[in-house]
Design a protein around this ligand. Structure first.
Ligand SMILES: Nc1ncnc2c1ncn2[C@@H]1O[C@H](COP(=O)(O)OP(=O)(O)OP(=O)(O)O)[C@@H](O)[C@H]1O
Ligand SMILES: [Mg+2]
Length: 249
């Protein structure tokens, strides 16, 4: 369970997150929607503990992480993984080396155990045949799957996905949203998925929060979002309103 209480983040007199309160229940997939610059990626950095809010509190599984030292945050951070907006793969390492990188750096596992774990993670994302290739030799959709394989290598309880389907064609986007759903269903993973692609948001989200200008405008079920009469929400949804209604039937 992740809980944010009145989180405010300011940079040089600009308010990036403005009194944000929300929670992500154990095992649920929470989608953060909103236009560019709304504060979605900033919210993930707060949850990961990479940024400290100017005001407010952040709790992960009941532990307040807001004022913890880097060292004290480590055990909590180890339970979380992030799939970054730009994948953040190492260009000079093979697919398998990328997936095993953090296990090598931050675990007590033997090379043989790491090899086994990497194999298992690559099989989960259906990329077992690409382990010796470099990131530049695989497609954008495959890179995203490698990033997911790396994110699950530590067996996290929480995964934060930043724009996991942006820039992908609909077929590859569907492969990614299905992986997100399988991780929830088969492993009980709690996830936060940041996106501005409404179709993917409705596909994976148990609950959806819409952000604008550093604030949460609405936070509720897909049905709450679609039935809102707020003008900003209406205009944000207008593009797929009919589709969203169909999805909810
Ligand atoms: N390190 C930083 N220093 C100062 N301002 C920042 C920093 N990081 C982000 N911002 C500002 O915070 C605001 C929110 O940024 P954020 O990256 O969270 O938006 P976003 O919703 O993820 O947008 P996008 O959809 O484009 O990824 C933006 O106005 C951005 O310029
Ligand atoms: Mg972003």
């Amino acid at each position: 369970m992740i809980r944010l209480e009145h989180v405010t983040v300011e940079f040089e007199n600009r308010t990036i997150l403005d009194d944000v309160s929300c929670q992500v229940i154990q095992g649920e997939t929470k989608v953060m929607l909103g236009p560019s610059g709304a504060g979605k990626s900033s919210l993930l950095k707060i949850i990961l503990g990479l940024w400290k809010p100017n005001r407010g509190s952040v709790f992960v599984d009941g532990t307040e992480i807001t004022d913890l030292s880097e060292r004290d945050k480590m055990p909590i951070r180890k339970r979380m993984s992030m799939v970054f907006q730009g994948n953040a793969l190492f260009d000079s390492l093979t697919v398998a080396e990328n997936v095993g990188f953090f296990l090598q750096e931050h675990s007590e596992m033997t090379p043989r155990e790491i090899k086994e774990r990497v194999k298992e993670c690559l099989e989960f994302v259906n990329l077992q045949d690409t382990q010796d290739l470099l990131p530049e030799e695989i497609s954008g959709g495959m890179k995203k799957r490698v990033a997911i394989a790396r994110a699950i290598a530590f067996h996290p309880e929480i995964i934060l996905y930043d724009e996991p389907t942006t820039g992908l064609d609909p077929l590859n986007a569907k492969i990614i949203t299905e992986l997100i759903m399988r991780l929830k269903k088969e492993r009980g993973i709690t996830s936060v998925v940041v996106t501005h692609i409404l179709r993917d948001a409705f596909a994976v989200g148990d609950s959806l929060a819409l952000m604008n200008d550093g604030r949460i405008i609405i936070d509720g079920s897909p049905h709450d979002l679609v039935s809102s009469t707020d003008q900003f929400i209406e205009s944000f949804l207008s593009e797929i309103r009919e589709e969203a209604n169909l999805l909810l039937q």
